[in-house]
Design a protein around this ligand. Sequence first.
Ligand SMILES: NC(=O)N[C@H]1NC(=O)NC1=O
Ligand SMILES: [Zn+2]
Ligand SMILES: [Zn+2]
Length: 478
Amino acid sequence: FYMKTPPQKPSHSECSLLDHNDFWISSKRIVTPKGVISGAVEVKGGNIVSVMEEDWQENVGTGQVIDYGEAVVMPGLIDVHAHLDDPGRTEWEGFPSGTRAAAAGGLTTLVDMPLNSFPSTVSEETFELKIKAAAKRIYVDVGFWGGLVPENAFNASALEGLLKAGVLGLKSFMCPSGINDFPMTNAGHIKEGLSILAKYRRPLLVHAEIQQELEDIADDPRSYSTYLKTRPASWEEAAIRELLTITNGTRAGGPAEGAHLHIVHLSDARSSLDLIKEAKSSGDSITVETCPHYLAFSAEEIQDGDTRFKCAPPIRDAANREKLWEAMMDGHIDMLSSDHSPTVPELKLFTDGNFLKAWGGISSLQFVLPVTWSYGRKYGMTLEQLASWWSEKPAKLAGLDLKGAIAIGNHADIVVWEPEVEFDLNDSHPTYVKHPSISAYMGSRLSGKVLATFVRGNLVYKEGKHALAACGVPILAR
Ligand SMILES: NC(=O)N[C@H]1NC(=O)NC1=O
Ligand SMILES: [Zn+2]
Ligand SMILES: [Zn+2]
């Protein structure tokens, strides 16, 4: 991939809260691919140029050192599933608010979803609008998924135009997306999409739910259990079963070899997960993500009318959540993503509390690091696992070779945070998402405070302060 450089570059002092370009970051807990080390990371011109243990002091010379003591120095989080709604629905989120929230939360790269903005990113032309909207308005690096929709699925030159323009891969829905200009695809469209993607070696991300016949639901629309019954696990299972009839083509020697299928936001940890495990063991090129809200919450706890928790697929029972954690710890779920999908508070219908009519989507972007840690440490999650689920695997999925790990030659995308520091996420906590009140995490007590976030060596966030200029860059595939 390559980074699109803006025509007039802001000065270094506008891009970074730190004066220098060359410096060392030291800490007793640096998370590297070789484990957690005590040492220092040297940053030069935006890249990591050395990673040293014990004897690092001898090599520093007169270099500038920022010592973070016991705080954790980790690769910045990469969120491969964020809806920033820009252009066209910036009253819902937008590039400036979303990427500032990311920086404050320790995320250094986002990959923006092709829907919820207007227009949807489904062609070269609409992708051009995205890039324009992002120019000088992003505070972390941002890549983009394009949309696979019925209109372009059988139009190879249109799809190739979009891929050549630089989307990192494609995304499609197997059920209505909730957005009129982003219709759902069937297995035929998906098969066609994969055959094109194979050529570009980029992934297809799929929202895997297929609508099935429901028994009559005549219950109270304010009750969460009513909503849960409208999207049973069998919908996920049906979608995944259908996908797996196509993904066998991605095996070595198959007609879609080189393509990859990624299932987004898995909620069902039972049959659906079993199917995915089977496909993996058969050699299909397939991965799966889940989101912090499926790991943090359970249906039993969701209060009537509290539509902050409405999302699709839905948050299921507590036993399912335990199984999701088990699958995380056993490595059957590959990575995490936020599926940050906010809207305006009015569309959450808090007055009616109607789960059937409210906007489905959880607002979480700024909080995914402390949330993952707060819940995960109870299961024995390690810092290495955290870095794998939030940085290494997402970078691999999105094809970001220079991101996702603290390693020599990589971009200096780094988060520094204190796992042991607790805080109350309430109205007095500084939040940067556009509508903090709709976040399902408001009112929680969390563990893990972000001290500093570096994007390609720029200190973009430090304890409640952001760098002046938006020096994130659009990431384009080639
Ligand atoms: N359009 C959109 O963002 N839909 C998302 N919201 C959600 O809860 N699940 C989704 O797929
Ligand atoms: Zn989805
Ligand atoms: Zn989504």
